[in-house]
Every structure is written in C-alpha cells, then in structure tokens.
Ligand binder design. Sequence first.
Ligand SMILES: [Zn+2]
Length: 428
Amino acid sequence: MNLEQILSDLIRINTVNPPGNEIAAALYLQDLFNQAGVPGEIVETERGRGNFIARTGSGSKSLLFLSHLDVVPVGDGWDFDPFGGEIREGMVLGRGALDCKGLVAAEAYAFLKLVREKVPLNGTLIFAATADEERGGSLGVKHLLEHVPEKLRADFAVNEGGEEPLDLNGQTVFFIQTGEKGTAWSRLTAEGVSCHGSVPSLGENAVIKMVRALHSLAAYQPQVTLIPEVKYMMQELATLVGLDLTVDENNLDALLEHFTNKSFVETLRAMTRMTISPNVVQGGSKINVVPDICTADIDIRILPGQDRENVLSELRRQIGEEISIDLSNYHAPTFSSSQTEHYRAIVEATREVAGKEVLCLPGIFTGATDSRFLREAGIPSYGIGHMAEGFDREIWTTVHGKNERIDVASLHFKASFFEKLALNYLRS
Ligand SMILES: [Zn+2]
C-alpha cells in the first residue's frame, strides 16, 4: 500500500462537482478497504453521488475521520494535467491534492495501516469520505446526518479546515479549527418610483437609494469580539513576536500590525469581527428610465455568539429603515470547545508527529466545511491543515486555484498524525 499512489489514483478519478460522480471514488475506496478485509459501505444519496463509510474496532470510544470526495472545477492555465495524478519531484499533482483528496488518502492510509498491523483498538474508528462538500453538502454529510446519523455518530471528528502551519520567530505554529463563522447572506432591496429619464425629478431613483446604503456599509466599523479560543491564540501570537501586553478588543488591531503576511493578518482580522461585503448589485434596465428597484446581495459572516438579530441590528444601524432586508440565507456559526480531551488528543498527536516542541493554537475558520453539520448534530469537530516542516508555502495558494499539488512529505505527515491520534485516543 503506497500513500502517494492512493492519492494519485483518487486524483485520476474526476469528481468535479457538479456533477460530482463521487461514486467512482467511493467504489475505488471500497475496493481498497476490501483488500484489507474491511467491508466498507457506499451510501448513494442520489444517482452517482457516493459516500463511502467504513469502521473498525469496538468499544465505548469512537473517533470519526472525515473528508470529502468531490472537488471544484479546474479552469484553465494549468502547467500539468489536473487529472493526471502525476507523482514528480516529491509532489503529487492534480485537482484535490490538498482539497480534499490528500486528506482522504491520508485518513484511509492511517485507518488501513492500523487494520493491517492488527493494532487492538479499545473503541471504534470510523472513516467517512463524503460527497457534495463543495456545493453545500446536502448530498453528503448533511444527508447522512438527516437519514442515517448512527453511521457518523462519534465522540468527535477530525476534518479539513485548519489554517496551514506557520513559522513565527523560530517557533512552528499549528492551527486547529474549533469553529466556523456563520453565513448571513442578505438581499437588500431599494424601491423607488419609475419615470422617464428626461425628467428624473418626477420619480424616485432606487439605484441612488441603494448607493447611499452601500456607501454607509463600506464605512462599517465592526466591533472587535474576541471569543476565548481566539483571545488565547492572539495572546500566544503576541508573546511569540515579543510583545508584552494583554490582548483585548482595544489593542487587537495594533497587534496585527506586527505581522507582515497580509493574508494571515486579514484572516486574523476576520476571526475577530463580523464582516459585511456587498458583492452583487443589480438595478435599472434602460438608460432613459429611472429605476424603481435595485437589489444588492451582501455576504455577511458572523462569529460564534452572534446571530440573526445581531446582523439585522447592524444592518439597520448602517442603512436606516428605507431599504428592505431579506435574511433568508442564514447558516449559524458553529463551535467546538478546546477545553476537552478530544482537543488535547489532537494537540498531543500533532506534537508527537512533529517530533519537537510546537505550538498548537485554536482558531475560527472564516469559511465553511462539513464540520458545521456535525457540530449541529452534537458531534464536536476539529479541522486540521497540518503540513510537514519546510513545506513550500506557495502550495497552499493552489487550493481551488490552478496547479494544485501537495508535497509527499506533508501527505505522510498527515497520515502519521491520523494514525497517532487514533492510537492515542482509542487505545487508552
Ligand atoms: Zn474541502
């Protein structure tokens, strides 16, 4: 069994979603697990939409290795075949290498290694590689939890979703995702009165009303909110860069000035406040007609602890009463505590595999993964983005972009981490 080869094989199975066709990858995994004597099962939620689930061991404890089989479309401009699965110069190349087939391969490899070595487990290890994550999960984890929740039920889950490790002042820092921001996608609608564009003062221009609203949203100064996990992370980061201060809401932005990596800084900023971004505006149909309607779609992301009411009151405070707000596309933030033996098991396994003193910090993810469904179903879920020491940082930017790839060392680091985690948690 060769880990790189498993990933390469998975990459060569095209599971771009839509249409997904994850069943082909699920069948591949079923065959792989069968060879090790593990009869996994495929749950087909819709024709061609396969979810593969397997389990080993028995006992009171349980741990879920979660990953997803579908990938995003590839686009143009690749330097190699995105579905070639080439293994070259210490890299495995292709769509899904990082998101998320690298994880599928690493989790499968760790699972099967424990089975092959006949390691006695005092608990159940569950492996689930699911469909449809990239388009909302309704044919994957969400469906499974609604129809066959017992198949995923575990003490806790590990999944994708952590930020990549960083080196800060000589210290290696790993991030463990403990929560995800919620989405409160809103549609604003401004209404006016239409008239001929030659005498505009006879009407009431909906676009102009919307422009006023957007102008004040652009000036929005969200309040800084530090949930305990993020506060702890920021405090540790402050200490790492040699600052002698107690981090609070007032000095947070000044602390961020001490980091140079823009994407890191802006990610940290987004972890500490609600964000509001007007991304689609539509209004008017003809140059000589004063428009009577204008809409704006606003991408709003909220922190654990914030809710629909917070969003509405923030919007009203900024835009006043004259524009209507439709907040029907809402998904609550989710969160799993870092004060648990599960979180500590993840930290412990990370340190053991890194083979040196590393700092593990909890964080909030600004995007969304399938972990949100698990958390809502009462299964604590943690995201990791572990990579091997010295990995090429450029690689991380290829997620959802072109030339996606992973270094073989990071792939093995992930597999060792999963093996260690299962051993530590299920053997004790
Ligand atoms: Zn993913």
